[in-house]
Design a protein around this ligand. Structure first.
Ligand code: FAD
Length: 153
């Protein structure tokens, strides 16, 4: 099957947008991801899918922890920045929560320890055991559909 058909079909599944963060040797790294899902209530587990070629993969493997920030509707630029699509200087607002750097102004921040990993094709699934959750903002989510951002409100 042509890659384009697969990508286009998958893009018809509307999602929210997250920024995954991790820290190695005091340096924070962020990456935009929409392959995020809640998977279990007891224990509380979530999953993110990270491309094997992404810097983030090596860094999570090293740190064993990561944060997931669920972006709000006014954080489109933040999403583009952490997807490597904006090269100019950008005013990044990290905040510290549960000893981790997460995105300030997100709808919620989730901190996790890596519980399990599955190498699947060109991506790695990181199952995160949730350590803590911070609900920051009331607002609406940034949404992504068919390769574009949408504002639910
Ligand atoms: P880089 O590409 O090096 O980092 C990303 C950007 O963030 C760079 O510009 C870097 O300079 C900047 N940056 C990171 N940390 C800091 C910091 N501390 N201070 C200043 N700048 C910093 N990829 C996936 O693997 N899984 C997904 O689920 C996924 N979903 C996506 C959803 C959307 C809506 C978009 C737009 C992209 C998605 N991507 C996803 C692609 C992914 O975001 C990019 O390929 C990204 O560039 C990979 O990041 P990286 O870890 O390789 O690091």
């Amino acid at each position: 099957m042509d890659d384009r058909i697969f990508k286009t079909a998958m893009s018809k599944f509307a999602t929210g947008v997250t920024v995954i963060t991790t820290e190695v040797n005091g340096e924070v790294h962020g990456m935009t991801a929409n392959a995020f899902m809640s998977i279990s209530l007891d224990p509380k587990l979530i999953v993110v899918s990270v491309a094997n070629k992404a810097k983030m993969k090596q860094l999570i493997d090293e740190s064993g922890t990561f944060g997931v920030s669920l972006l709000s509707t006014n954080q489109e630029e933040m999403s583009n920045y952490f997807a490597g699509q904006i090269k100019e200087n950008f005013d990044i607002s990290f905040k510290t929560f549960d000893g981790m750097s997460v995105i300030d102004g997100a709808l919620a921040n989730i901190t996790c320890d890596v519980h399990n990993t599955h190498l699947e094709g060109d991506h790695t699934l990181y199952i995160g055991k949730v350590r803590d959750i911070l609900m920051q903002e009331e607002g609406m989510p940034l949404t992504y559909f068919s390769g574009r951002y949408y504002n639910l409100s």
